[in-house]
Design a protein around this ligand. Structure first.
Ligand SMILES: [Zn+2]
Length: 270
C-alpha cells in the first residue's frame, strides 16, 4: 500500500497508513501545496537557507502545524550532512531549529521515545525513512541521500533504536517517503563504485545507461538495506511517489537546482 494523501486547510500532505492505524503517532510528508512562498520556491517552502524570507517560512510552518495538529514548539531539527550519525532527542530538544539554533550538528537521523517531541528532517529528492516501533513505543526519522544510503544509515537507525529502546526489527514499521525514483536518478561511476563496495546487491539497484552513466534506485537500495536489517517486508510501506516526476507537488533538487524549496518529514509520538 502506498502513502495516503490528505487535503486540509488548503495544504496537501501524505501519511503512512500502517502508522495511522496504530494511533500512536502524528506524522506527515509535506508537498508544495498551500504555502505562501513565491518565485522559485513557490508554495510551502520549509527551508530557511533557501531564497525565501524568514517570515514566509515561519508562516508555512504555522500552516503545516495547524493542518497536521502539531505544536510548532515541539519540532526538533538537526544539521543534515549526508552522514550516518543518529541522535536520540528528548523534550529538552524541542524548539531546536525553528525557534532557536539547533546544536544537533552532523546528524541525519533522529530517534526518540519521548512523547510530544516532533522529529523533523528536510528533503528535495533524498529518501525519508520513517520508523515506528509500536511495541516499545519509539520512533525514528532518517534522511538518506546516496551517501547516507551506501554508508548504511538505514541499518544504523535500526541498530540505534535497538540499543536505545530495545526495539526489535521484526516489530518495527517503516515508511519510505517521496523521493527521486529509479527512472529519474542518474549517477556516475564514483557513486556506483561506492555502492559496489558497500552493497552486495548493487546489481539489483542500478541500470547501466552507457558512457559511465547509470540509473540508481535509491528507494529499493534502502528497502533492501532495511530487510537485511531485519525489517519485515510486509512492514515496509513505499510512498510510490517521485519528487522529480511530480513537479506540481514536490520540490526537486535534480529538477530545479540548489535554489529549490525544501520539503519536510515530521514524526511525533503522541
Ligand atoms: Zn521520477
Amino acid at each position: 500500500m502506498a502513502f495516503r494523501r490528505h487535503e486540509r486547510e488548503g495544504l496537501v500532505y501524505f501519511t503512512i497508513p500502517s502508522f495511522d492505524h496504530t494511533g500512536l503517532v502524528r506524522h506527515c510528508f509535506t508537498t508544495r501545496t498551500g504555502g505562501v512562498s513565491s518565485g522559485r520556491v513557490k508554495g510551502l517552502n520549509l527551508g530557511f537557507s533557501r531564497p525565501d524570507s524568514r517570515e514566509n517560512v515561519l508562516e508555512n510552518f504555522k500552516r503545516l502545524c495547524r493542518a497536521v495538529g502539531i505544536d510548532s514548539k515541539s519540532l526538533v531539527f538537526s544539521h543534515q550532512v549526508h552522514g550516518t550519525h543518529i541522535r536520540e532527542v528528548t523534550g529538552q530538544d524541542a524548539g531546536k531549529g525553528l525557534w532557536k539554533d539547533s546544536d544537533i550538528k552532523d546528524t541525519d537521523g533522529l530517534i526518540t521515545s519521548s512523547r510530544g517531541v516532533t522529529l523533523t528532517t528536510f528533503y528535495a529528492d533524498c529518501v525519508p525513512l520513517y520508523f515506528l516501533d509500536p511495541v516499545k513505543r519509539a520512533v525514528g526519522l532518517t534522511h538518506a541521500g546516496w551517501k547516507g544510503t551506501v554508508a548504511g544509515i538505514a541499518l544504523e537507525t535500526v541498530k540505534r533504536m535497538n540499543e536505545a529502546f530495545g526495539s526489535r526489527p521484526e516489530d518495527m514499521l517503516v515508511g519510505i517517503g517521496p523521493s527521486i525514483c529509479r527512472d529519474c536518478y542518474e549517477v556516475d561511476e564514483p557513486v556506483v563504485s561506492r555502492l559496489k563496495e558497500n552493497m552486495k546487491y548493487w546489481r539489483d539497484v542500478i541500470t547501466p545507461l552507457g558512457k559511465g552513466k547509470y540509473l540508481l534506485d535509491l528507494q529499493s537500495t534502502n528497502r533492501m538495506a532495511l530487510q537485511k536489517a531485519g525489517i519485515r517486508e510486509e512492514n515496509i510501506t513505499d510512498s510510490g511517489l517521485c519528487t522529480m516526476c511530480n513537479g506540481e507537488l514536490f520540490y526537486s533538487y535534480r529538477r530545479e537546482g540548489k535554489d529549490t524549496g525544501s520539503l519536510a518529514a515530521l514524526l511525533q509520538l503522541m
